[in-house]
Design a binder for this molecule. Structure first.
Ligand code: HEM
Length: 431
């Protein structure tokens, strides 16, 4: 068994090592993302029913409407920054469907404020020197966090009284915190309780839209650089008929190449490449004696690149998903154990719907001389804009122009796999 597989099992500790971020500093010390033990379990129990398969299936129509409306407005012909377009789309999925934000202006503002906060928080100087002093990067983080909290609190007050079963935010507010009073909705509840809820909301919002938008961006970049796979996927989606007429999310869950492309994208460019945990008690893990409170880092990125699990691991080969059957700890884009991503059903539906909507309408091409690089900011994000040409669907996909020194050099085109994939996947579909 590969070492990454065994090491991954320590996720059972259920502890999170995140340091205090700006949101914790100006909100509460124990937002959902940094809770553990019984407190975390209480919040999970409140949130999970909002994100389970049945509830997500109930959102399917809304997800489709959002995806179709957003992608319909994309510019055809010239190169466009698909990362920016997909951020808008993922913001609507998250803020409209999870937090009930209806006004587009507020949705975009929410996204901008979260991104500004996240980027400020991720400046190295702000992480290393958390001093409340004027003109320091950390002070900038606190300012961004405070503005974000104020914005969320304003939205909460406006939506006061929303039934818990319609809104993840309301569900978070209803959880008794530390056995004390519920989190509050900023309208009549204690100020600190409302701020606690706002801190949970900020974490949820960040966790949901940044991951979804980057995963879709990488999927499009990989498809643009593998035209044969993109053409086969376009055929699969065309055979489905109009997306608007699909009324069952399981239909999309059953499309072999669509799911293989998404699985392979998250394997190759793992959205959250490193997960950190702390041990709750002394113990032994894979032969190592670990003391309580030891930080343990797990890298899904490395596990996903284990050649014993995934032959030719650096290649984009969706057809491998016809044969590989990894267990939870061999393929973990959504983590595993008690800290597994609670939004994975919602995320998977959104990814499938969005990719179908895009492939039904557009053919993707790399502009000449384009360059795409990655950066690490908890999530694997594009370092800059991701410029792709969006051509009308149909027609012939041109081979991508030669690239050098970029992301495309690393995940170099695999013509062999590109020509094999459609056949292998289609055979699986027919079986
Ligand atoms: C492609 C999309 C997504 C990916 C790849 C992803 C992946 C992950 C991973 C790996 C973790 C564990 C992080 C850690 O332990 O440090 C996580 C946690 C989390 N995710 Fe997701 N996620 C996605 C979408 C979503 C969505 C749509 C939501 C909200 C509906 C969401 C909400 C959360 C929350 C709240 C946590 C923290 C859970 C906890 O601390 O117990 N995620 N996600």
């Amino acid at each position: 068994m590969p070492s990454g597989t065994r090491e991954s099992r320590i996720t059972a500790s259920g502890e999170s090592p995140h340091n205090e971020s700006g949101i914790q500093a100006v909100g509460i010390r124990r937002a959902y993302l940094v809770m553990h033990g019984a407190e975390h379990a209480r919040f999970s129990a409140a949130v999970e029913p909002h994100l389970d398969r049945r509830r997500v299936a109930g959102l399917f129509e809304d997800v489709k409407q959002i995806a179709l409306a957003e992608t319909d407005a994309w510019p055809i012909g010239d190169a466009a920054d698909v990362y920016a377009l997909l951020r808008r789309l993922a913001q609507r999925f998250a803020f409209q469907l999870l937090f009930g934000e209806g006004e587009p202006a507020r949705i975009w503002r929410f996204g901008e404020m979260l991104a500004d906060y996240h980027h400020a928080n991720w400046v190295r100087a702000a992480m290393l020197a958390r001093f409340h002093l004027p003109f320091t990067p950390y002070r900038q983080v606190l300012r961004q966090a405070e503005a974000l909290m104020a914005f969320i609190l304003e939205g909460m007050a406006a939506r006061r009284g929303c039934p818990v079963d319609r809104d993840v935010r309301a569900a978070l507010a209803a959880v008794p915190s530390g056995g004390a009073e519920p989190g509050g909705d900023a309208g009549g509840c204690p100020r600190d309780a409302a701020r606690a809820t706002a801190a949970h909301v900020a974490g949820f919002a960040l966790a949901s839209f940044e991951t979804t938008s980057t995963t879709l961006t990488w999927a499009l970049a990989l498809l643009a650089s593998h035209p044969a796979i993109a053409a086969a996927l376009a055929d699969e989606v065309a055979e489905l008929g109009p997306l608007a007429a699909v009324d069952d999310p399981e239909v999309l869950a059953g499309l072999p190449l669509l799911n293989a492309v998404l699985n392979e994208t998250m394997r190759l460019i793992t959205p959250v490449p490193v997960l950190g945990f702390k041990t709750l008690r002394d113990g032994e893990i894979t032969g190592f004696d670990l003391r309580e409170n030891t930080t343990v880092m797990i890298s899904p990125h490395l596990t996903h690149r284990d050649a014993g699990l995934y032959p030719a691991p650096d290649r984009f080969r969706p057809d491998r998903w016809t044969t590989v059957r990894p267990n939870t700890y061999e393929y973990l884009p959504f983590s595993g154990g008690p800290r597994r991503c609670p939004g994975f059903q919602f995320a998977k539906t959104n990814l499938r719907v969005a990719l179908c909507a895009i492939m039904a309408r557009y053919r993707l091409a790399l502009p000449a001389g384009g360059r795409i690089d990655r950066a690490y900011a908890v999530i694997t994000v594009p370092r800059n804009r991701v410029m792709l040409r969006l051509l009308p669907a149909g027609g012939r996909n041109e081979p991508p122009p030669a690239q050098g020194g970029s992301f495309f050099a690393l995940f170099s085109r695999d013509q062999d796999a590109a020509s094999r994939t459609p056949v292998a996947i289609r055979r699986m579909a027919g079986s």
